[in-house]
Design a protein. Structure first.
Length: 85
C-alpha cells in the first residue's frame, strides 16, 4: 500500500484518477497550503445482512415497540400522505 500526497486543487482536478488509485489499495492524503486536511482510502463498510435476517430483525423490533395505540394500514398511509401535502 502506497501513500500519495496531493494538493486540494490537484485532487479536485484528478479525482477520478485518485479513486482508481484508492481501488488499487493506495491511500491519498489531501493537503491545502501544505497542511493535511483529508485522507481518501478504501475500507469495508461492514458485511451485508441477508434478506431473511433483515426480515427477522424487523419482526423482533416490532415486538419490542411499546405502543398503546395500534394503527391500521390505512391510518398509517393517511399519516404518511398528510406530510406530503
Amino acid at each position: 500500500m502506497n501513500s500519495i500526497t496531493i494538493g486540494a486543487f490537484e485532487a479536485k482536478t484528478h479525482f477520478s484518477q485518485l479513486l482508481i488509485e484508492v481501488e488499487k489499495g493506495n491511500v491519498i492524503h489531501v493537503t491545502r497550503r501544505g497542511k493535511p486536511i483529508a485522507r481518501i482510502s478504501s475500507e469495508e463498510f461492514g458485511k451485508k445482512e441477508s434478506g431473511q435476517n433483515t426480515l427477522k430483525n424487523i419482526a423482533k423490533r416490532r415486538k419490542n415497540i411499546n405502543s398503546k395505540e395500534k394503527f391500521t394500514s390505512n391510518e398509517i398511509l393517511t399519516f404518511r400522505d398528510e406530510g406530503r401535502k
